[in-house]
Each structure stands twice: as structure tokens, then as C-alpha cells.
Design a protein around this ligand. Structure first.
Ligand SMILES: Nc1ncnc2c1ncn2[C@@H]1O[C@H](COP(=O)(O)OP(=O)(O)OP(=O)(O)O)[C@@H](O)[C@H]1O
Length: 472
């Protein structure tokens, strides 16, 4: 069995027997599918469909007046997008084959088993979602622009790959299926998750849970809550965050850190739409869209058996990979302007003019912490700024520190201790200063031209030219 959020359109149940209508309706309601319409008079079905579009239809075959076979033909002809699930007492294979040939989506024999019914309805709802998503994707690919650019305002980018992600986000935002967002730390996974929620039209809240470092008990208590007496100190029952996300989005960050036992519970939540608060014997139903994120390579974790394959499979109905900043360096100038203005406004300062060297320096760095790192480098520099142009000192020191930490280049001695260059009374000529800089960079890079070029914020070819000129 799999679960769905309530579909946007109702499920129409048609049967001439009131008791069966009630039984089917109750089964769906108990499974959380409470957007239904029931109809006992088959003559009204086509009018009903004309008045209000439906997500899927459950149809009895043997009914007085208009029978199910005829209705199936009419619905397939006028509403070919509506999946029709036949629910009938007829057990013969010929009838089943005839219905499937006529375009029925599924065929269920009475007495109806709850699991079988819910699976069929969820399959029909997922099918509809997929259809909507396909249509939306096609629309977006053809349009090549965004329908709701305002929803992406907080995400600064002009990068082609990111814009394609935005189009994908628009096309999946309204489905209820889970989304898995992958990408290194600080690339903007939560920003994208929030944007999906904003575009989803869901009325409930966006609730974020970070799974990093939580053991199974803490994770379960945080997410699912507990009943009174579940553990020492649980004096009152408490609802979990899943309750707060009811009708909204639950954002599970750092999903790769989930302990195995919690992975099983999350799988149940995704598959059955159910969870157990700690200490409870009776399951509760959840109605939240799940978005998960990870900065880990799940493929490696899957191979090593640290992440469940079934959970991975269930989570990644929709997958988004956000590239690291070093793979979209064309965004750096825009981000720089944005974070300068943002830091100045938060610190209540005017936006400082920046030296020409800043951009090349920033463009040559690898940003292991991605956009969060860029943001904090700029904030730090602006907070230290007093007057004149922005000092590069803190930024240079940060880059040197990071590069030495990951072994890219040897550390700058006392990088934090003072201004990066001190001048004697007589200034060097530009040529002399450039030669000295190149020499120093080559020394710090241990003779490696590509590293030295990175330190200097120029291309390797440009450095190589300068070295040749110097030698000549
Ligand atoms: N394109 C962007 N434009 C503006 N700000 C951004 C952009 N991408 C990320 N940020 C900012 O960078 C910071 C990190 O973003 P976010 O928390 O969404 O990243 P993340 O990938 O979820 O990180 P983590 O894996 O560490 O949880 C936030 O302050 C966010 O506002």
C-alpha cells in the first residue's frame, strides 16, 4: 500500500447500493482520502462530471438505468484523463477483460478488501499526478521561462542549470509525492525546499527537522511525539513535528544521518502514511508532503548498507541535484552584490565600494561551504569595514585558511595578523610589485602553477605568460 496526500480533485464513487457506497467511502476516509463524492443514481454521473472535475472514479457495473459498462464507455469518451476503477461482484474473467479493454484503470472484485481498494485509488491518484507533472514539464520546457518567477526571488542566480532546476521545481511543486534534494552543504537545498512548499499551494506549515546527530529515540520523539508515560519524564502527551506539518510540508534535512531504526519508521510514514508516537499502540495518520535533503553520497551509503534501498527508492520520486558554487561560478558576481547589499543593510552601513581585485580573487576559490561560506565571508568583511574601499584582508585570510586546511596550498603565516602587504617608504613599481607577487604565490604554492594562479585570482595561462616574461 502506498499513501497520498488528499488529491486536489475529489474521488467519485458510484454504486446503486447505499451500504456499499458507505463502506467504500469510510475505507477511503480512514486512509486519509477524505475528498470524495458518492453517487447512487448512475443517471446523474455525466452531469456530476460536467459540474466538477474528479481525480478518479470507482464504478459499479451492475446498476439499474445506466449500467457500468455504458458509463465506462461514456466517461472514457468524454473524460479520457479520468482513471476509472471498476468495483464489481462479477468475478468472471471475460467481464474483467472486457472492462480493461474498454479502458478501465483497474478492476476490483467485491467484497472489497480495504488494502486492495486503497492501493488502487492511490495508484490512480499517482497516475493523475504524473500526468499533471508531465503536462506541466512539457509546458515549461516549451516556454523556457518561469510561471511564478516571484517564488524564486530569494534564490540569486542566472546560471542555466539552476534555471532548469527552477522549471522542474515549478512542475513538481503541486504533486504530493516526496522530493529528494541532493547537493553539498550550503548550496541552497533548504531554500529550494521552501520554494517548493511556497509553490505547492498547501495551506499547512513548512516544518524543518534536521536529522544530523539525532539517535532513534530523539528523532522519533521529535518527529512523532509521545504518549503520556512513554518514558521517564513524559508526564504529558506531546505531538511531534509531523503534526505541526499537517496539510503542509515536512522538510527532513541531513537524511543520510538517520539511524537504521529511524529509517524503518520513515519508510512506514512514506508508504503507509502512518506513524506511532513513542509508547503508542495505535498508529496515527499523517498528511504532510515530505521533502528530504542530503549532502552525502547516498549511492555509497546504499552500497555499504548504511541507507535502506527501499527508503531511497520511496524518497526519490522527484530528484533535484543542486550543483556546488564552484560549478556555477557565473553566479559569483550576482551573489557578491547581493550579499554586500544584504550585509550592509543588516549592519546598517552604506554598501562599501569594492576593490577591483575582489572578484578575480573570489572567482578563483573553490568554496567548500558553497553559498553559505560566500555569504559569511562577505558579512565578515563588511562588518570589519570602516571606511574607503572594502578591505580584502579578511577574505584573503579566510581563503588561505581554508586552502591550507584542505591541503590545497600551504598556510599563510600569520594570515590574520595584519594587512596582507606592507609597504616600505619607497613604493615598488607596478612591474616590480607584480613580479614579487608572482614569486610569493609560486613559493606558497610549492611551485605548482595552477595553485599559484588560484591564489592570484588569474588563469593558469596568464600566470604562465607572466613567468615567461619574467624569465625572459
Ligand atoms: N542562490 C542563493 N541566493 C541567495 N542566497 C542563497 C542562495 N543559495 C543559498 N543561499 C543562502 O545560503 C545559506 C545556505 O542555504 P541553505 O540552508 O538553503 O543550504 P543547504 O544546502 O540546505 O545547507 P546544509 O546542507 O548545510 O543544510 C542560506 O543563508 C541561504 O539563504
Amino acid at each position: 500500500m502506498s499513501t497520498s496526500l488528499n488529491p486536489p480533485k475529489p474521488i467519485l464513487i458510484v454504486d446503486d447500493e447505499a451500504s456499499i457506497l458507505l463502506a467504500i467511502d469510510t475505507t477511503l476516509q480512514m486512509a486519509g482520502l477524505n475528498n470524495t463524492i458518492t453517487c447512487q443514481d448512475s443517471r446523474r454521473v455525466m452531469d456530476l462530471l460536467e459540474d466538477s472535475p474528479v481525480e478518479a472514479m470507482l464504478l459499479d457495473l451492475n446498476m439499474p438505468n445506466v449500467d457500468g459498462h455504458r458509463l465506462l464507455d461514456d466517461v472514457r469518451r468524454d473524460y479520457p484523463d479520468v482513471p476509472v476503477i471498476i468495483v464489481t461482484g462479477a468475478v468472471d474473467v471475460e467481464t474483467a477483460v472486457r472492462c480493461i479493454k474498454a479502458g478501465a484503470f483497474d478492476y476490483i472484485v467485491k467484497p472489497v478488501e480495504a488494502d486492495r481498494l486503497i492501493t488502487a485509488v492511490n495508484r490512480a491518484v499517482s497516475f493523475q499526478e504524473l500526468q499533471r507533472e508531465n503536462r506541466s514539464l512539457r509546458r515549461h520546457m516549451l516556454r523556457d521561462d518561469l510561471e511564478h518567477p516571484e517564488a524564486f526571488r530569494q534564490i540569486i542566480t542566472g546560471n542555466r542549470k539552476m534555471l532548469t532546476i527552477f522549471q522542474y521545481v515549478e512542475s513538481i511543486a503541486t504533486t504530493s509525492q516526496p522530493v529528494l534534494i541532493r547537493g553539498e552543504t550550503g548550496v541552497g537545498k533548504e531554500l529550494i525546499a521552501r520554494t517548493i512548499h511556497r509553490l505547492s499551494g498547501l495551506k499547512g506549515a513548512f516544518v524543518a527537522v534536521n536529522a544530523a546527530g539525532l539517535d532513534d529515540t530523539v528523532f522519533s520523539d521529535t518527529l512523532f511525539g509521545h504518549v503520556k508515560g512513554a518514558f521517564t519524564g513524559a508526564d504529558t502527551p506531546r505531538g511531534g513535528l509531523i503534526e505541526q506539518a499537517d496539510g503542509g510540508t515536512l522538510f527532513l534535512d541531513e537524511i543520510g544521518d538517520l539511524p537504521q531504526a529511524s529509517q524503518v519508521k520513515l519508510l512506514r510514514l512514506l508508504q503507509e502514511g502512518e506513524y506511532f508516537p513513542l509508547g503508542a499502540d495505535v498508529a496515527c495518520r499523517a498528511n504532510a508532503r515530505i521533502i528530504a535533503a542530503t549532502n552525502q553520497r547516498l549511492s555509497v551509503m546504499l552500497d555499504e548498507g548504511r541507507f535502506r534501498k527501499d527508503l531511497n527508492y520511496r524518497l526519490q520520486t522527484h530528484r533535484i541535484y543542486i550543483p556546488p558554487l564552484r560549478d556555477r561560478r557565473d553566479d559569483i558576481p550576482q551573489l557578491l552584490d547581493h550579499f554586500l547589499a544584504d550585509a550592509a543593510s543588516r549592519l546598517n552601513k552604506p554598501i562599501p565600494p569594492v576593490p577591483r581585485e575582489l572578484l578575480p580573487m573570489m572567482a578563483g576559490y573553490a568554496y567548500p561551504g558553497n553559498i553559505r561560506e560566500l555569504e559569511s565571508m562577505i558579512f565578515d568583511a563588511v562588518s570589519r569595514h570602516r571606511s574607503g574601499t572594502l578591505s580584502l584582508h579578511s577574505i584573503q585570510a579566510h581563503i588561505a585558511r581554508e586552502q591550507s586546511a584542505d591541503g590545497t596550498v600551504p598556510a599563510l603565516p600569520n594570515a590574520d595578523a595584519g594587512p596582507p602587504i606592507t609597504f616600505s617608504h619607497r613604493l615598488p613599481t607596478i612591474r616590480q610589485a607584480t613580479d614579487l607577487l608572482v614569486e610569493e604565490a609560486m613559493q606558497r604554492a610549492g611551485g605548482n602553477q595552477s595553485r599559484a594562479a588560484k591564489i592570484l585570482g588569474i588563469s593558469q595561462q596568464a600566470l604562465s605568460k607572466r613567468l615567461k616574461k619574467k624569465a625572459g
